[in-house]
Design a protein around this ligand. Sequence first.
Ligand SMILES: Cc1cc2nc3c(=O)[nH]c(=O)nc-3n(C[C@H](O)[C@H](O)[C@H](O)COP(=O)(O)O)c2cc1C
Length: 355
Amino acid sequence: MKTDEHIILYYFSGTGNAKMAAEWFKNEAFNRNMTCEIRVVTEKGKIEVPEKENLLIGFFSPTHGFNFPPIMLDFLFRFPRGKKSDVFILNTRAGMKLYKLFLPGLSGAAQFFTAFILWLKNYKIIGMQPLDMPSNWISIHPALRDKVIVSIVNRCERIVKRFADKLFSGKRVYKAFWSLPFDLAILPIAFLYYFIGRFAIAKTFYASFDCTQCGLCSKNCPVNAIETIDSRKFWSYKCESCMKCMSNCPENAIQTSHSYSIALWIILMSFLSPLFVKFFFDLNLEIFKESSWVSWLTEFSIEMLAFFIINIIAYRIFHFFMRFRIVNKIIEYTSLTKYWRNYNLKKTLRRMQKV
Ligand SMILES: Cc1cc2nc3c(=O)[nH]c(=O)nc-3n(C[C@H](O)[C@H](O)[C@H](O)COP(=O)(O)O)c2cc1C
């Protein structure tokens, strides 16, 4: 690695983990008098990459559903072809801590699919580093305690410094290969999350009556997924569930509705979806007489179609009824996110500095 190398770090971040990792990397570059700039990944717009000889490009992103989030994948697909420049990938995952034991998250396709895209675009992959930052998936579990977050973050900072050091001294780092067997095993889940799961999760958010319409959530949403319909917030299918809105809401008004989601899931699975399939079966279509897997695939596709249609209609109805204070309050008090800790890395670190 030459000291005249120019470094560009691209990042996408919901709650601050990937951004923080990019900042640590940048500090390491600055300590060595290298030029380094950080650029945030945006949904649209032209991607300009300088035509320099010694260019190192880094991609920092959270892992969503065992893959890079769609905004990041889309960015990579739009990324210009390279001239054999060096690139590295760092995905932040859901790190946890049990007593003194640091528990890792799982990358799934995040590293390998990204590396494959970049390789096809003529880049040389010199680093593949997963990083187990504190888990931010507050829709499914409370945020970790502040002390645990700080301890995980300190460990991660050391890992990023080591990673940068190695790359700067000309070594290659492929830590992502350590979890390859697990990553391969969960690929079907990554696939299902990308094509189905993320859309369901996008439709679980709402704003309670505590919302003051400050508009911060809509303004800061990286994919412009939060609309205002009838003076209430509405999450479109574009939502990536990155948790940015939830983690930054000054009134803590944005929640995940667990009661609505569970009720919908039960109605969908036990009643509506089978009804939909029966309707198609009764049409006596030729395709259902095909081999077992063709007929299975058709049935699965019909169920998924039912899922999307019902989900859209149900969320509209849900949104309509949320105008009534009593419904809004019932949903709010049956949302687990109301009771458990929120996650925002910067706010936690600020809080801990004051202690
Ligand atoms: C919707 C969603 C899906 C997630 N999926 C995974 C996953 O598949 N594997 C994992 O290790 N962590 C997963 N996480 C955790 C985040 O990747 C992790 O906390 C990351 O560090 C967050 O980074 P950010 O603060 O930059 O957004 C998920 C988080 C969310 C919100």
